[in-house]
Ligand binder design. Sequence first.
Ligand SMILES: Nc1nc2c(ncn2[C@@H]2O[C@H](COP(=O)(O)OP(=O)(O)OP(=O)(O)O)[C@@H](O)[C@H]2O)c(=O)[nH]1
Length: 587
Amino acid sequence: MIDTQDASPTSPSPSPASAPGRRLPTLRSQLSLWVGGLSLAVLTLVGGYLGKLATDELFTAQQAAVRATAQAAAELLATQLRDRERQIELLSVAPHLVNGRLDSQEVRDSLDRRQALHDEFAWLGVVAPDGTVLQATGGMLTGRSVAQRDWFIAARERVFVGDVHEAKLLATMLPALPNGEPTRFIDFAAPIRDSDGRLLGVVGAHAHWRWVTGLVDGVVRRQLPGSGIDALILDRQGRLLYPEALKAAQASGAAVLPKPENGRFDGELVFDGKPYLASEATLQLRTNAELGWRIVARQPMEQAMRPVSALRRELVLLGVLAATALALTALLLARRFSRPVEQLARIAARVETERRVPDFPEQPGVRELDGLSRAMQSMARSLLQTEKDLQAANATLETQVQQRTAELQAANAKLEHLATRDPLTGLHNRRSLDARLAEAQALDRRYGRQNGRVHGLLLVDVDHFKRINDSFGHPTGDAVLRQLAELLQSCVRVTDVAARFGGEEFAVLLPELAGPLEAVMAAEKIRTAVEAATFPQVGKITVSVGVSLASPDDLELAPLIARSDAALYVAKRGGRNAVVLKEAGAA
Ligand SMILES: Nc1nc2c(ncn2[C@@H]2O[C@H](COP(=O)(O)OP(=O)(O)OP(=O)(O)O)[C@@H](O)[C@H]2O)c(=O)[nH]1
């Protein structure tokens, strides 16, 4: 499936990912951080919110439970008190009391039976209108006067339920309480009247206070066992009636009860330095509203908040577990998504170092990653192909440039040759000779005085050349000129410049001559060489040479040429095949 083309390995350039000084965070760490962080934030917010809702709900429920306890105790107590009140009221209208004798045995027996049925009654008795006890359970207080007792005074007029009080006369007659606390009663009493409404007497009953507190405690115990809730009974003035221990503490001056702002015991209150969740309910007696007792149920805050604290602990534990699970999930997710990307990055880096397209793995899990992998593979292939094409194009271009440069150089050389050479003989042309002469003149001016050397100029002219042309034709004349040029070239030094001066006339520039003799010798060498040579068809020819040396007085080329020309003229006039020197300044 994958193209693994060979390519020449080249030294890899550092990839951007490995460039020093650029430590960017990895995709994996960023994904972990973001997913983990966001999950934790959401978890904290949602958990916190739900936790608050739940704890508020629990707290409210706990408060409702305390309130329900107080109300249940108050309702039960009210029912029980009302029941006892009704019993005494019914007793007061019983026929054997209204119609019979109040001090009869029958009355005594009925009182004893009632006490046996209701052991909460410590004492039941019938009292004459003057306050003398006529009959009583167990015969207690019979014949004694209770004329000063509140219950007796009130019951002469109406049915009465009295507040708790300590036993007075009966205290010594009744067995003492096991915990040593004083015997206390609450009183029920009702008037006994005949059919005309005349007062025949009063029936009264003392119920044990323990019975009252037992009722309240029973409700509390049944309501929420083990919840730590207890109940307090307060009288109308807010004095503590129960429990005994608190009552004793209050009696000794301790501030055992809080003072709520609105006067009601409701909500979080501090009892004797300890926080409680409290609620109160007032006793509602339908026939006698004078009691005005209040039942206060209270639960230590620590116990009230125990379910809340437990819920909070569970929430925190759950939160930690969920956060751990989320962090692990985030890490796994980050690995799942970052691994293919890291793998692709490694493979892409190999393209650069190995200069070939490696195997790009398929990414079947994620469509976008699979697309990316395919696109990278295709891109790598295309890049490497483009690179190869470019290299080939570069090579071709280089060859073409070299070829064009060589052609250009050849053309330039040709141009140079054409510009400086005589087409017939290949020697320097007149223009080139002039340039060399100018150079030689400049060098002489610069160094001539120091080294005493000067340049000279030979003008070489074929003798009677017209005759050659005329006798053998112009092409033969050209051939003579070409051979002569070669001969000339072979006679002079490399540093000398042989040129065609014009027609059948040649010139030789001799640089750095020690003196005229040297120039004459060079001229003579040429002349004798020509004289010795044989020219095809033509046979023997001769040349005449005019010699002259440059003078410091020469400001231009013309004087030197003119002197050589003059010397040549002399050589011609003298009979030709000769060398004539013309010194500067000579006439
Ligand atoms: N074949 C050929 N002839 C040339 C060329 N240039 C000049 N000539 C001839 O050279 C001859 C020069 O003749 P002249 O100037 O009379 O000199 P000469 O005949 O050499 O006589 P002297 O110089 O006095 O010895 C002429 O006939 C020209 O036509 C050339 O390039 N080729």
